[in-house]
Design a protein around this ligand. Structure first.
Ligand code: GLP
Length: 244
């Protein structure tokens, strides 16, 4: 779906999430959201905060799992996704802290595999992801599933692509400060979500959106695997859709 701008598209996405939260509240059930970081979801989060503050929407029945985190990364670092999620969403709504989950960037290398297995288990125990929010990186990554990530890949440690590190360099004050690794949910983990909302704004994303939506399914553009998912919405502004 192509919206005239990111704000309108983000409002629609937020509305999808809000409707599900309300529906589940009436049924006395929880909602499991898969959340993303980066600039793309910011307006969606603003809208969710607005619904909490102005319309009294409660997030008490919401459980969240974030896609990824840099490795190594301290939670209090300005670059951590833990901090990003607190500043841009969690600190402004009434979600219970124990219901929010992110990959842990403070583990030792030896501890990572078990953490990753456990992360998947926690998602399953929560009932699986109802709605997975996704941005897209210019390499075609979802989460931090860089080119070469297989359709069955699970939560794991990955090496970041040079283009991804270059894109992150300005906010880290230079590419040498950007971590070389990250922990990410896998493509296979993402594919298990019941509904996926992929969003992209601005013409910088237009070439990769074209490949993702119209290109052949390939490991070199992991987003193309979403073409095989039965319930995906791609939400774009006109600039991101200009090459379709
Ligand atoms: C990072 C994140 C991705 C995100 C991508 C795009 O690599 N790990 O989840 O989709 O950036 O970022 P932005 O939304 O800022 O364009």
């Amino acid at each position: 779906t192509i919206y005239e701008d990111a704000k309108t598209g983000s409002k629609w996405i937020a509305q999808e999430i809000i409707s599900l939260i309300k529906k589940r509240q009436q049924e006395n059930k929880t909602v499991v959201l898969g959340l993303a970081t980066g600039s793309s979801p910011l307006k969606v989060y603003e809208e969710l905060i607005r619904a909490h503050k102005e319309d009294g929407l409660s997030f008490e029945n919401v459980i969240t799992f974030n896609l990824d985190e840099y490795y190594p990364m301290l939670p209090e670092s300005v670059h951590s996704y833990v901090r990003f999620m607190k500043e841009n969403l969690f600190d402004h709504i009434d979600i219970k802290e124990e219901n929010t989950h992110l990959p842990d960037g403070t583990l030792s290398m030896e501890e990572v595999p078990e953490f990753c297995r456990n992360y998947e288990l926690q998602i399953r125990q929560a009932g699986g992801i109802d709605i997975q929010l996704l941005g897209i990186g210019r390499t075609g990554h979802i989460g931090f599933n860089e080119p070469g990530s297989g359709i069955r890949s699970r939560t794991r440690m990955v090496t970041l692509d040079q283009l991804t590190r270059r894109d992150a360099a300005p906010s880290f004050g230079g590419i040498n400060n950007v971590p070389r690794r990250a922990i990410t949910m896998g493509v296979g983990s993402i594919m298990e979500a019941r509904k996926i909302l992929l969003m992209a704004w601005g013409n910088g994303k237009a070439p990769i959106i074209r490949e993702a939506v119209e290109g052949p399914i390939t490991e070199s553009v992991p987003t193309t695997f979403l073409q095989e998912h039965p319930n995906v919405d791609v939400i774009l502004d006109e600039a991101a859709a200009e090459k379709l």
